[in-house]
Design a protein around this ligand. Sequence first.
Ligand code: GLC
Length: 443
Amino acid sequence: MKVSRRDILKGAAAAGVAAGLPVNARWEEAAQDQGPKPSTRVRKFEELAYGMFYVWGLYSQMAQGEWVETMHKIPKNEYLKLMNTFTAEDFDAKEIARVAKRAGMKYVTLTARHHDGFSLYDTRGLSKLDITNTPAKGRDLIAEYTSTLRDEGIVPMIYHTTLDWNDERFKADFNAYLDYLHACIELLCRNYGEVGGFWFDGNWAKPDADWKLDRLYGIIREHQPEAMIINNTGISAMGEVEHPEIDSVTYERGRPEPLDRTNHKKYITGEMCHTLNFHWGNAERDFNYLSPAHVIEELCASRRAGANLLLNLAPEHHGRLPDYESALAARVGDWIRAHGDLIYRGKPGILGEDGDSGLMLDDELYLFVTQISATASTYAHGPKVRGPGPRKFTKVPGTWSSAEWMDSGEDLKLEQDSESLTLHATDYPYGTNMVVRVAKLSR
Ligand code: GLC
């Protein structure tokens, strides 16, 4: 009988339940301050809130997505010729930090190695498929990345594939392959200073294998005790916990839900990752981009669930961030800046209807009101929205007597009873449309 990836993950999830971990957790009770408390590393990660995914490697030169080698069945020898032209001439860690800061992103997750097996770091002879065998030899991009980002106050995280399309051992001698993979992770742990965490991806390629995760995660705990351990369980298994050492579950292109932590031993957080179009690696002919409005909504939807958002910007051939994507991210950064620390430190749990929600910050209440109006004029065409009017919220702690829009200072009518709180949302003044409008409440 063929065992599906989903079945295996369910098995792993059951193991998680046995270990007292939240699995497939849901909204309910998330507002309650029950269950375990976050470790320092998890709390710090939650307060980073919003990060940049930087999926870049050999494939970026072909500009057809990061899966181009397998999707277009390119023979290995052909594909690996991309190493001869991999100059990395536009890879500039300082520029990455600048774009991240401008966008309000506090961390970056860079593909040290993706599924093609090519490493942006010097593997010290462990693999031939690394930066030392390209025209960029002499540079170690992970060294540049980690030290520059730290200097700039942006947390560097490392994406590392666990599968490998081009290493024979992955198919033929899995244990030898794992020795190699683990040696690479140890090398990354020991030689590049403190990193924010490791983001693994690929266990789903061999769902029935013994990945020896105790050993892999043990290496990280030994050498980088403050690093987050994240494993991407993928689109079909969002929010599942694969191993007790996992610090954050993933929601690849999905809507995170608050984790119900009652009766669980360990506090695990969540992170949603999203592409700006439909590929993670640079894809020149993919014009299907999200708008800044969509990203703002995704960011708020993630934060209402207490999850981070990791937004992918796909660098061009030699490592340069595309202007369009940097500009889009900067525009979202403007929205974030207009709301101070709310996105980073706001605590979730307050629920509204149809995407509305609320966060608590420093004992103040902030309500996220969505879909007020899509256009400045009712005569112009725009998506159907709920418009101004009463918005109901539940699970609201405390008693609140007044409210005002953060963007205009306009006072708003407010009603509260033991069950819920109703905010009477007004329309945008001409000249504004915040997409998600925030009301600040006072006691
Ligand atoms: C998937 C893809 C990979 C991509 C990752 C990002 O697992 O295999 O190409 O980088 O998602 O979340």
